[in-house]
Design a protein around this ligand. Sequence first.
Ligand SMILES: Cc1cc2nc3c(=O)[nH]c(=O)nc-3n(C[C@H](O)[C@H](O)[C@H](O)COP(=O)(O)O)c2cc1C
Ligand code: SF4
Length: 240
Amino acid sequence: MDGFVVEGWTAGGHNAPPRGAMQIDTAGEPIYGERDLPDLEKIASLGLPYWLAGSFGDRGKIAEAQALGAVGIQVGTAFAFCEESGIDPELKQKVLDGSRRSVLRVFTDPVASPTGFPFKIIQGGPETAIPVCGEGRSRICDLGYLRHLFRKPDGGVGYRCPSEPVGDYLRKGGSEEETVGRQCVCNGLISTLGLGQLVADGSTEKPLLTGGDDAVAVARFLEPGKTSYCAQDVIDRLLS
Ligand SMILES: Cc1cc2nc3c(=O)[nH]c(=O)nc-3n(C[C@H](O)[C@H](O)[C@H](O)COP(=O)(O)O)c2cc1C
Ligand code: SF4
């Protein structure tokens, strides 16, 4: 091991679950608290470099991280919506527009991901043009990257995913409880790249857009009169 990325719960993508038994607030999100704050002194005592991540994509944040003993930062969300990112350009525009109008919301979904880890989802809604993933979708498992391996009664290895058709999952010995609220993250993420698979009914798989809490403020990278920004704009701001 060469070092550590210490990522807080505001970061994009999957998040570590809260320590202890999962508690959910009234909005349906996991409750994080004191126990989820990393003990950086202890991490430093391991003698390896570490980088801080999770809402560190802004000016002053490198210095803040260094003051906390880190050698630097890791940034995801700010780059996810820049011109060079592989996210579908139309989707990026919708996020930037939603950020500019302050109508974006980032939801930490405790069950959407079949991995079992909380997953950050940039929510669509009437005030944004971002499609709502999963709505009206018939379950199908046709990518399979997130399947879990399990031991079959005959001792062989089987594959199942809590987001696959419920009947299939139950037939493979999975519990119904495990399937509740699951989204097809494979298809959702591929669609986010503008490569959504065609569905039998003629529609296309909808994107499942992830981003950290910082996504609500990505419009800060837009210069006046511009509708997009580059990776270099992010770097300039990080270094300014
Ligand atoms: C669109 C997106 C996809 C991500 N995918 C992964 C991933 O597959 N694996 C991973 O370890 N981290 C992933 N991350 C987390 C980043 O590596 C990074 O640690 C995090 O985004 C930093 O916090 P920030 O989003 O607040 O900048 C992803 C982040 C974003 C925004
Ligand atoms: S997320 Fe979807 S495609 Fe991926 S393994 Fe699960 S059901 Fe299959």
